[in-house]
Design a protein around this ligand. Sequence first.
Ligand SMILES: Nc1ncnc2c1ncn2[C@@H]1O[C@H](COP(=O)(O)OP(=O)(O)O)[C@@H](O)[C@H]1O
Ligand SMILES: N[C@@H](CCOP(=O)(O)O)C(=O)O
Length: 326
Amino acid sequence: MAVYTRLGAEEMGAIIATFDVGSLVSAKGIAEGVSNSNWLIETQDEQDIAHRFILTMYESRTDISDLPFFLDLLDHLAANGCPVPRTIHDRDGASHRFHQGKALALIEFLPGVSVSDPTPGQARAVGAALAQVHLSAAGFGDTRANSMGLKAWQQLLGDCGHEGLASIHPELARIVDRELAALEAGWPTDLPRGVIHADLFPDNVLMLGDRVTGLIDFYFACTDITAYDVAVTHAAWCFSADGTQFIPALSTALLEGYESVRVLSPEEHAALPLLARGAAMRFLATRAYDWLNTPADALVTPKDPMAFARRLKFYADPGNAGVFAA
Ligand SMILES: Nc1ncnc2c1ncn2[C@@H]1O[C@H](COP(=O)(O)OP(=O)(O)O)[C@@H](O)[C@H]1O
Ligand SMILES: N[C@@H](CCOP(=O)(O)O)C(=O)O
């Protein structure tokens, strides 16, 4: 349940009144999500027209100094035709404000649902939408370093320790040591860079049929290798949830969809197998850390790190490099 902060009706009404969006009709906590508190807000304007918004209250995992980057990026991408929610600025023109010491933002509600078993048509559409974001973000002036890059994976997995990793799976420490060394030695430095989403999992994409209606949750967005975002999205979309099954039809469709909008260079194609190992390591690292450090009575159930250890094994197998061939 991702509503960490309780807000009373009067409190919520006062918050909504700071925006020029009509008066509050209802506010429902949203169960999905893990990082921040979210409410579906309904308002009514003076012409009795109903409007819907998402109110997000940023909890401890989001660095508030990064909010201008995330929220300005949404406005930039929306203005350039990408299917992302616009932010609603308050009566003072600010994209976020503070309530009881916590930052909050009101953003446009987008229709659609997150798919659990994507079809190739849906994977194709997501690939195309990702490429559209990459091209549109080229004109965005701000930058943000990736706080979840190689150094962070090393740090998180170091904090887990060999014993911690072994408690998840007896083979995990050995795989992590070998793969981290390979990633450190071979991580590319000369590929095209730009703003990337960095967490485009199915639960961060809203769809109606084969149409992408919303790309959401840009709270890991940063400036990094563009093709790394393709690798992250590939790892997130092209396997069964537990990582045991690679689904070639989804992979082909995702990559074709992406390249229908932005063609990957031969250098990017060649780097994708290693970038995908990095993508799998990134989610293995955060999941392993959370697996070992989430209190038993926490509201959030930690996600399975082994689902990404299996993807990592798949990507590290030279026999599978052809997946990313041009
Ligand atoms: N702009 C939006 N339009 C419609 N639903 C949204 C929007 N933003 C968030 N949601 C809903 O809220 C849920 C949690 O949002 P998300 O940003 O993924 O939270 P978290 O960062 O905590 O994971 C999503 O799964 C979706 O159901
Ligand atoms: N996508 C990550 C977890 C990050 O959570 P999100 O709800 O903010 O996308 C994973 O699956 O490990």
